[in-house]
Design a protein around this ligand. Structure first.
Ligand SMILES: Cc1ncc(COP(=O)(O)O)c(C=O)c1O
Length: 455
């Protein structure tokens, strides 16, 4: 029951891999987003499951030819919106293997080698960032989960974390994930200090100083290390100095930007990240992994188990075997998938140098876009290329910028999204996919220009 013969597994598996190969090979020539109206999708996929099954060939065909094409392809080389998920095929195959073996990565008993792989990758990331030897972390589903986990640690470890008036400081560029995490943790709105940012999107340090001066229970600063809208990196060395002097916890949301620490340019831009107490870093963004992989890193690995470890009677055998590497002690999940496998297999296969170059390429593509936009005075650069994000605006009103986003979406060649910079609607390009060519960046801007002339 609920099984396949080895022959069926091979046949169906090969067919699924063939479909995947086809998808990757043809992606560049396919639209980035061509989603049917919801009524059509409800009729096709919104029904309760059948009592009687149907041939797998038919299910696979529906999945690969009707279901998956009706999604947005964030790994498309011309997807420049939000934060792309460039992914990589090795990571995708690793996902299949991790699921196929159904590894239980919550404990040493269940995970064995999987826990060693996860711990060593976390320590490698920590050392690339420059965190001290005792640093460590845990892999989670993504940036939202990582920021929440880190802020739970901050609240429990810092002496003022549970003070009823503990105040948290962050800029108006901070991702909603952190604010949501604070809400989940029970912080009231009057404990949150949303501070202004400068013209590049960096936390205004003078505003932080004056907010701190007015508070009796300052607890935590949340810094951006690659803000989503502009790529801005807050002045981490200065923030670290302030936090050290005043005894505040410094958390960095490096969900997007943190991976760049493995490349020389990123290391330089992220100077000071190594001084943070905790951070979120998502390999499913700029470390090119399939979705479902975020990391929490903390200065002292032991903080995680101090905060999360609970040993119930039915887990005693687990701790007799190994009390040290049980990732269930480091976060919210007991049962957890072998998320680290995709990162491990792709690093083993392509090598770390390929990842460093792929990140460097993102910096270059954003700079190319900025340089090309600067050639035409009809474009205004709102924030220059920072951590592979450039924001700009066509001369005209906010509505024009939104029409350009919609126009590009309808055109289908490339997808970009808008944001707000210094109160004005901005177009935004985030070209972190290493498979994007320079010509594709130039053609995207050429199409934007053509479209703007037709408005
Ligand atoms: C800076 C930053 N923080 C947090 C998040 C949330 O991460 P996730 O979507 O993986 O939960 C994002 C997502 O884009 C982000 O860019």
């Amino acid at each position: 029951m609920l099984d396949w013969t080895p022959e069926e597994l091979r046949r169906h598996g090969y067919a699924a891999v063939d479909a995947l190969a086809e998808h990757w090979a043809r992606m560049r020539d396919q639209p980035i987003r061509d989603v049917a109206p919801i009524e059509e999708l409800e009729a096709a996929f919104g029904q309760a499951p059948p009592e009687e099954g149907r041939p797998f060939e038919e299910v696979l065909h529906d999945t690969t030819s009707r279901l998956l094409p009706n999604t947005m392809h964030v790994n498309h080389p011309r997807f420049f919106g939000f934060v792309p998920g460039p992914s990589n095929p090795t990571g995708a195959i690793a996902e299949m293997l991790a699921a196929g073996f159904n590894v239980f990565a919550g404990t040493w008993m269940g995970g064995g080698a999987a826990t060693v792989v996860e711990r060593s990758l976390l320590r490698w990331l920590a050392s690339e960032i420059g965190l001290p030897a005792g640093a460590g972390g845990v892999m989670v589903s993504g940036g939202s989960h990582a920021n929440l986990t880190a802020l739970v640690v901050a609240r429990q470890i810092h002496p003022l974390g549970r003070h009823p008036d503990a105040a948290v400081y962050f800029s108006d560029q901070t991702h909603s994930a952190s604010e949501r995490a604070l809400r989940v943790l029970g912080f009231r709105d009057d404990q949150l200090r949303r501070l202004p940012s400068d013209s590049l999107g960096r936390l205004d340090v003078a505003a932080l100083h004056s907010a701190l001066g007015a508070d009796t229970s300052p607890f935590c600063v949340i810094a951006n290390a690659g803000a989503t809208s502009t790529g801005a990196v807050d002045d981490l060395p200065t923030l670290a100095g302030i936090c050290r002097a005043r005894g505040l916890w410094l958390h960095a949301d490096a969900a997007f930007g943190g991976a760049a620490a493995i490349a020389p340019r990123g290391k330089q831009a992220l100077r000071g990240l190594e001084e943070c107490d905790s951070m979120a870093l998502d390999p499913h963004k700029w470390l090119f992994q399939p979705f479902g992989l975020g990391c929490v890193l903390v200065r002292e690995e032991r903080w995680l188990s101090e905060v999360f470890r609970i040993i119930p009677a039915y887990m005693n055998d687990v701790y007799r075997l190994n009390a040290e590497i049980n990732f269930c002690d480091r976060g919210l999940e007991l049962t957890r998938p072998f998320r680290a496998l995709k990162l491990w297999m792709s690093l083993q296969h392509f090598g770390a140098a390929a990842f460093r170059s792929a990140i460097e390429r993102g910096f270059q593509l954003a700079e190319l876009a900025e340089a090309r936009l600067r050639c035409n005075p009809e474009w205004e650069i709102l924030t220059p290329a920072q951590m592979a994000v450039v924001t700009f605006r066509r001369k005209g009103d906010d509505a024009l910028q939104k029409r350009l986003v919609d126009g590009m979406m309808a055109d289908g060649y490339a997808l970009l999204t808008s944001t707000i910079v210094s109160g004005r609607t901005a177009l935004r390009l985030c070209p972190i996919n290493p498979r994007t060519t320079g010509e594709e960046i130039l053609e995207t801007i050429a199409r934007l220009e053509k479209m703007a002339l037709q408005q």
